[in-house]
Design a protein around this ligand. Structure first.
Ligand SMILES: Cc1ncc(COP(=O)(O)O)c(C=O)c1O
Length: 312
């Protein structure tokens, strides 16, 4: 597993945001803006604060995980809520790129190429750690990351450092799976999902802006897309956590896909597979808290009684 939860704000977004915000500041912008399912927002809020810049985040009202919003609040970014989905939030930024730029506000969604330049370092680190795996499984939302990772490997290949790139596998949640649907229908048009749903709020996206880039990465690396259900995501999240790896639901999608692909015999146990765990478990505290259970004890002796009861 390539665990991205140990980055400064707890997700892979920091890799691109440190580059993007540095560019924004060096180019003389006064502020940054993103539309976000909220890891991007948490990251841009922190890096903008560090750069001494104002920051605006546009988020879908009521559809973002609490840990991420808490980070945005803490770092002092201004939150703009929009009725609808992430796709509506992104539209508000995309349709105004020129006007925002005139106002000195730098858009930092993943259509921004600097973000992807930062994120490709995931590939460099995988290469350092395990060489070239057979497959890399990546949860896909707006689809920038899978392209960025592929680009990293592809650049290593072009430099003559490696002979081949791993097969890139994109995972989506079954009810938010525009790229999976586009892939299996072999459509040359994006199959848009109008009302995307999933517990994995980070990848609840129906119209990924980088869809063509993601198709290119998957096609050229001879990979594929796969979809997993929310209960498979939750089971994968729990299983990983019981092994000491705490990830948010979107990240657990990569492990859910791995289990599914093994079961379907689409991949082999002998293959080297890297699962990108994109964000930390604390990003979304409400999901694990649905399974909260406790035992009340009223005295020190009761503690021992309870422990004897649970022995074995
Ligand atoms: C935890 C997590 N996983 C996966 C993704 C999807 O990444 P991308 O939008 O680059 O496909 C995101 C994006 O918000 C995310 O926050």
């Amino acid at each position: 597993m390539k665990f991205e939860g140990a980055n400064p704000t707890g997700s892979f977004k920091d890799r691109g945001m440190t580059v993007g915000v540095s560019i924004a500041r060096a180019s003389g912008f006064r502020a940054t803006i993103v539309a976000s399912t909220s890891n991007t927002a948490a990251s841009v809020a922190a890096y903008s604060a560090r750069a001494g810049m104002e920051c605006f985040v546009v988020v879908p009202k009521g559809k973002v995980a609490r840990g991420k919003v808490a980070q945005v609040v803490l770092h002092g970014a201004k939150i703009l809520e929009i009725e609808g989905f992430f796709d509506d939030a992104l539209k508000s930024v995309l349709e105004n790129v020129e006007k925002l730029t005139e106002l000195g506000v730098y858009p930092l969604n993943s259509f921004n190429p600097w973000r992807l330049e930062g994120q490709k370092t995931i590939a460099f680190e995988i290469f350092d750690d395990v060489g070239i795996p057979d497959l890399v499984i990546v949860p896909v939302g707006n689809a920038g990351n899978i392209y960025a990772i592929w680009k990293g490997f592809e650049e290593l290949r072009q430099l003559g450092l490696i002979d081949s790139v791993p097969r890139m596998v994109g995972v989506q949640a079954s009810r938010s799976a525009p790229l999976y649907l586009t892939w299996i229908k072999r459509s040359r048009e994006l199959v848009v999902v109008e009302n995307p749903e999933t517990i994995a709020s980070a990848i609840r996206i129906g119209k990924p802006v980088n869809w063509l880039k993601a198709i290119k990465a998957v096609e050229e690396s001879k990979g594929f897309f796969v979809a997993v259900d929310d209960d498979e995501i939750l089971e994968a999240q729990r299983e990983l956590a019981r092994r000491g790896i705490g990830v948010e639901p979107a990240s657990a999608a990569s492990y859910a896909a791995y289990r599914k692909l093994l079961e379907m015999k689409a991949i082999d146990r002998d293959e080297t597979v890297v699962l990108v765990a994109t964000g930390h478990a604390l990003k979304d505290p409400d999901t694990p808290m649905k399974f909260f259970e406790s035992i009340t004890i009223r005295s020190p002796s009761e503690l021992i009684e309870v422990l004897r009861g649970t022995k074995g």
